[in-house]
Ligand binder design. Structure first.
Ligand SMILES: [Mg+2]
Length: 471
């Protein structure tokens, strides 16, 4: 059973070697952290009525001390990399076990070998032939690799002293393409084509970085629209979202078409004609059912429908997209890997890609997906919410603007106002925009009291709820 380690500084720490002089990874720890969000129906949708937002929280520990200028964010015991894999409760322990299965690829490795070759690091874990059998490149093992890859990126950005988005934006096009695995992609995008996209985005990049630092990145909010919320709560939170500066909100749909029509009409009445309302069915429908269900909602002008059906249903998504125009199709948070994203784009099956920071194998694979999206001219509007997803994916959206897509036209980043208080560097959303993170790293470090309270089942909060038998 995972135990929370005390994370106060050691009383008598050994002198810490600098990262450049042989520091090594000494441990890959992983914690099962769960929040009892199902008690309030936060996060409820047609497919997932009672999620307990959870994180398999990976920590790469090194024998290096704090690095210059980064005090306070590297981990109380010295330089550490943090990342999480988001789940919604049961099964979080399965991801924890999968992350622990990657220890032999990590522990004992010089830090410089990992952060100096993040492409190779990712490829070695993905290429572990015995673990690969569990996918290939999909599912729990792939998500676990994503958590470890993302922890390495957090570590690298901390060593560099930059927030991740800026660390990426300051790389050259040549450095970026070295991070991407083009295997299985070259019929859609070659390395040279990716390089051309990145080189074209060099123009104006400094100005876009300055714009991000000044004005942030546009957000939309799903906070009002959980399916378990009453009409009164939906109306009140929708009103509040507009007052808070959001220009787009999202409603969960798909359980019952009459309820969907009533809730969309109510929301449209509250927010008026100029606010975009996206709807999200969370894979609830089949192909034909998607068409009729969305047709019933068109009087209230939904902007996009997200995950109408299975994310693997490429042919069906293309058919739905054609049938429901001008309502857009959005998909991505459950798309397993870059190969499926490629086919969705090749099939013309989506208007919007909703990438997730920890569904695929981390930053590297998401770079591949950003490049594919740019090649096909499809906007990326990342999925967030849950726990830590906003913190992580904001970095990818901002890098996409600065260094790949070069525009925020049609781009907006999901925001949900839950659980940010558990992070040492929480997102800051002001007037409907994400402010650019400034602290070094990937914004994925949990506060120490969060681990003490929410580690499952032994944390103090879970013990009060009855531990393993909590409702
Ligand atoms: Mg969704």
């Amino acid at each position: 059973m995972t135990q929370v380690q005390p994370d106060e500084p050691a009383t008598n720490p050994a002198p810490a070697p600098a990262v450049g002089s042989g520091a090594r990874i000494v441990a890959l720890d992983c914690y099962d952290v769960r929040f009892p969000t199902s008690l309030e129906h936060d996060g409820s949708d047609a497919m997932n009525p009672d999620p307990d937002y959870s994180a398999a929280y990976a920590v790469l520990r090194t024998d290096a001390g704090d690095v210059g200028g980064v005090g306070g964010v590297t981990g109380a015991g010295g330089l550490e990399g943090h990342a999480l894999c988001f789940t919604i409760g049961r099964g979080n322990d399965v991801v924890v076990a999968a992350i622990k299965a990657l220890r032999e690829h990590v522990v004992g490795t010089p830090v410089s070998d990992i952060i100096g070759d993040l492409g190779g690091f990712s490829a070695r874990m993905i290429g572990d032939s015995q673990l690969r059998w569990l996918g290939p490149e999909k599912g729990v093992m792939h998500m676990a690799i994503g958590a470890v890859v993302n922890a390495a990126w957090d570590l690298a950005a901390k060593v560099e002293g930059k927030p991740l988005w800026r660390f990426l934006a300051d790389m050259t096009p040549e450095q970026i393409v070295e991070l991407v695995d083009f295997r299985y992609l070259e019929d859609a995008i070659t390395r040279d084509e990716a390089l051309a996209i990145l080189r074209a985005a060099e123009e104006g990049k400094a100005g876009r970085i300055a714009e991000l630092e000044r004005a942030g990145f546009p957000a939309y909010t799903t906070t009002p629209g959980w399916i378990g919320y009453s009409d009164e709560k939906l109306a009140e939170l929708s009103r509040q979202a507009v007052a808070d500066g959001f220009r787009q909100i999202k409603l969960k749909v798909g359980a019952n078409v009459d309820d969907d029509m009533r809730r969309l009409r109510l929301t449209r009445d509250v927010v008026g004609p100029d606010i975009r309302i996206a709807v999200d069915a969370n894979q609830r429908w089949g192909v034909e059912q998607s068409k009729t269900a969305i047709a019933a909602l068109t009087p209230w002008n939904p902007y996009w429908v997200e995950e109408p059906t299975s994310p693997d249903e490429i042919v069906g998504l293309a058919e739905i997209k054609k049938a429901i125009e001008p309502v857009k199709v959005a998909v991505g948070e459950h798309v397993a890997n870059r190969v499926i994203f490629k086919q969705i784009l090749q099939a013309g099956a989506a208007d919007v890609l909703t990438i997730d920071a920890c569904r695929v194998a981390g930053v590297n694979e998401n770079l591949a997906i950003l490049l594919l999206a740019a090649k096909f001219g499809v906007p990326v509007c990342p999925h967030a919410g849950g726990v830590g997803l906003c913190e992580m994916v904001q970095h990818l959206a901002m890098f996409d603007f600065a260094g790949v897509a070069g525009t925020t036209d049609g781009r907006v980043l999901e925001y949900v106002d839950h659980l940010h208080e558990h992070f040492t560097d929480p997102v800051r959303v002001v007037a409907g925009r994400y402010l650019a993170p400034t602290a070094p790293g990937f914004s994925t470090t949990f506060r120490s009291e969060t681990l003490r309270g929410y580690e499952f089942p032994n944390g103090s909060v879970w013990q009060q709820l009855g531990g393993e038998s909590a409702p």
